[in-house]
Design a protein around this ligand. Structure first.
Ligand code: ZN
Length: 420
């Protein structure tokens, strides 16, 4: 009796799953394949392509997905876990099979890792960055380590990587020498180095080897006229909160064709850094005044946000690699839907729906140095994928029609995690 049970388990584990007659968006940016087939065995994709070119394995479990669309599992490169591990599982039910938290202690992921293990699922796949490496008077003391000089910055950088971080994040009060030390550690150890900048010049840091930036606003100091840039810098150095209204004001008046802007675009073209715009967290709408904001500040907020969107479309055309960061909690998305809102805003900023989907899949895997494991539908890669009722390559809002989510070859319980 026991022998029979074991045999059944072995057979069912090896039985291939075929997803048939489905529109395929493979994450590389190439146009969709209209009548496609994906073959999954164990936790991997073993074959993918037009259905007349992919042989049907014997004894496979076949799922007819006529009218549906498949993308690789989405990668959210800016997810803050805070004290809410369930949010990561809710996002998983929306198709986010991988996330990167851009700045947090490893201890904060213990509970989520336990939940994932208890449920026997392969994801969400977690990439961490250790706490922010910030300077004195850090913006978020609980999530940061304070480096007082380059040696300390280097030491914190190495410690975070030894603890398991797969990226590092420079935070905006870290002085130049410290930032350079963190970049050098990342380059030596081949991990991505990203930054939230308000005070340092992104153009100069890209030239020094910075991999990418979080928030489109990180480009502000590179774009403002130098006198204004220094005034903004001193205001933020005196009071971290000066950035809240200050960046909208600065963006409201930005000239995206100035000589400073063109100098930045030249570096974007040559270095091709990754830019995670996180537009959804900055979104402003007329008629909605956020808490703590005065009505007379709304004109700058709306104009500033519009320029942030224009700049995002512009840097994409100038050569930056756009990725997708949902930022967990944003003004115009309900719980767990920030990545969907971010994708919609990327399209509203000038990316095509296919480019936005590529930002959240193939390009994001490239940011993580994981293109050989994740992010596209290709033989040998993890079987992480999302099935949609609609076609997000035609209309990005159709990401909201995600119905099934597979991670590591297993369908997750979408209904259950949508209650989280
Ligand atoms: Zn953030």
């Amino acid at each position: 009796m026991l022998g029979v049970v074991v045999d059944t388990a072995v057979v069912s584990q090896r039985r291939a799953i075929v997803l048939d007659h489905v529109r395929l968006i493979d994450g590389t940016g190439t146009p969709p394949v209209e009548a496609g087939r994906v073959v999954v065995e164990g936790d991997r994709i073993v074959a993918v392509g037009a259905e007349d070119r992919v042989p049907l394995p014997a004894g496979a479990e076949r799922l007819d997905l006529t009218g549906y669309t498949i993308t690789p599992g989405l990668i959210d490169l800016h997810f803050h876990i805070e004290n809410d591990p369930k949010l990561a599982l809710r996002q998983l039910s929306h198709g986010i099979t991988t996330f990167r938290d851009p700045g947090q202690w490893e201890e904060k992921f213990v509970e989520l890792r336990k939940m994932i293990a208890a449920d026997g699922i392969a994801g969400p796949r977690i990439f961490t960055a250790g706490p922010h490496i910030d300077g004195e008077h850090p913006a978020y003391p609980d999530d940061a380590v304070v480096a007082r000089d380059a040696d300390e910055a280097r030491w914190f950088a190495n410690r975070a990587l030894d603890d398991g971080a797969t990226a590092l994040k420079i935070y905006f009060r870290l002085p130049w020498a410290g930032a350079k030390a963190v970049i050098d550690v990342c380059r030596a150890r081949r991990v991505p180095c990203t930054a939230h900048l308000e005070i340092l010049d992104a153009r100069e840091l890209f030239l020094a080897g910075l991999h990418g930036v979080e928030h489109i606003t990180s480009l502000g100091v590179s774009l403002l006229p130098r006198v204004e840039a220094e005034r903004y810098r001193q205001a933020v150095l005196a009071n971290n909160d000066a950035r809240r209204e200050g960046r909208y004001r600065a963006f409201a008046s930005l000239d995206l064709d100035s000589p400073r802007a063109k100098a930045l675009y030249k570096v974007l073209h040559d270095r091709r850094p990754w830019i995670d715009a996180t537009l959804a967290v900055f979104e402003q709408r007329s008629g909605t005044v956020p808490e703590g904001v005065k009505p007379e500040q709304m004109a700058d907020r709306i104009a500033g946000f519009r320029t942030m969107q224009t700049l995002t479309g512009r840097v994409a055309r100038e050569g930056a690699r756009i990725v997708m960061g949902g930022h967990s909690t944003v003004p115009f998305a309900v719980r767990g839907e920030a990545p969907w809102r971010e994708l919609e805003l990327l399209v509203a900023s000038g990316l095509t729906p296919l480019e936005a989907l590529t930002a959240a899949t193939g390009t994001a895997a490239g940011f993580l140095y994981r293109s050989d494991q994740l992010g596209t539908l290709a033989p040998g890669l993890a079987a992480d994928l999302v099935v949609y009722r609609g076609n997000p390559a035609a209309n990005i809002g159709a990401v909201r029609t995600a119905e099934r989510v597979m991670v590591g070859g297993t369908w997750i319980d979408v209904a259950r995690y949508r209650r989280y």
